[in-house]
Ligand binder design. Sequence first.
Ligand code: KG4
Ligand code: ZN
Length: 338
Amino acid sequence: MTMRILGIETSCDECAAAIVDDGSHIVSNIVATQIAHHAEWDGVVPEIASRLHVEWIQDVVNRALLEAGCGMDGVDGIAVTARPGLAGSLLVGISFAKALAWATGKPLVGVNHILAHLYAPLLAGDIPYPFIGLIVSGGHTLICRADGFDDIHILGTTIDDAVGEAFDKVAKHYSLGYPGGIAIDRLARNGDSRACRFPIPKLDKGDHRYDMSYSGLKTAAIRQLDAFWDNSYPRSDENLAAAFEKAAVDILVSRLTRAIDDTGIRTVVVGGGVAANTYLRSQLTGRADMQVVFPPLALCGDNGAMVAGIGFRMMQRGDRDDMTLNASPRVSSFKRGR
Ligand code: KG4
Ligand code: ZN
């Protein structure tokens, strides 16, 4: 019998809901983006984000049900992102999901946003465990070994800024467009990355073998451009975007390569908003030493389908949350080590 899950995602600036059958078949997937509302500030304003979620959430969930052609009586369970994320934003989705669960008597489960991103590519087909996961978004940058949908061991993380955050901050500083990652990706296609050779952080010792750092690159791009620019190239936005993007992605690729060489696990699953990046995709696709699985572009950023997908797996196992389900803004403690 089919198990139909409603997934709700409000951890940041996307107000999203989806209906997914058996954790694999997307029946509907509605993402209402707040991009236009934050563009004026070149970044997500938490207060605005939560207020818009409050206004939009019911309509977004209704649209997901409408597109799926069912009412709440056709839904077997409700999954909602509960951590990590912006507290005020998370609380809107959680409170809405709780109210819905209470009113309909349907089971409820709170989902980890990072695990949900890692699940997104699995909506398109099964991927056998173990695999190496690379989560790259505005809030997170991590490499892990995944032995199951919620059994992950962190190999490395950023020690400072997230990679998407670095894209966003550099784009903001040079007024390249918003959201910064998408703007830089677009500009970089017409730029030459040789115009500027940014320093690559050397985090090679012991515990830092798979860790990444973005604050140095961000500072170099924003404050020390003169020192790294090759003046035989014009100082164009396109060249800056290409050079920054190359450095940012090369950091990820070098750590990832190390992780697959050390573990011998050659299947790589990428998730999160930066997984949409054209240069990252080109660098990891077609390599002899790894098989990489990217989510379809529509599932790279925040969405309800990935939440419903992993929610199905959790509910199938018997996981349930009650009315005490709460938001936790920080990442829960994953196991660290190989
Ligand atoms: O996963 P996501 O939608 O939200 C978080 O969980 O953070 O990721 C958003 C991040 C932003 O930093 C955005 O600039 C970045 O993903 N991003 C990109 C691209 N598309 C979105 N970064 C680089 N290239 C892209 N094409
Ligand atoms: Zn996300």
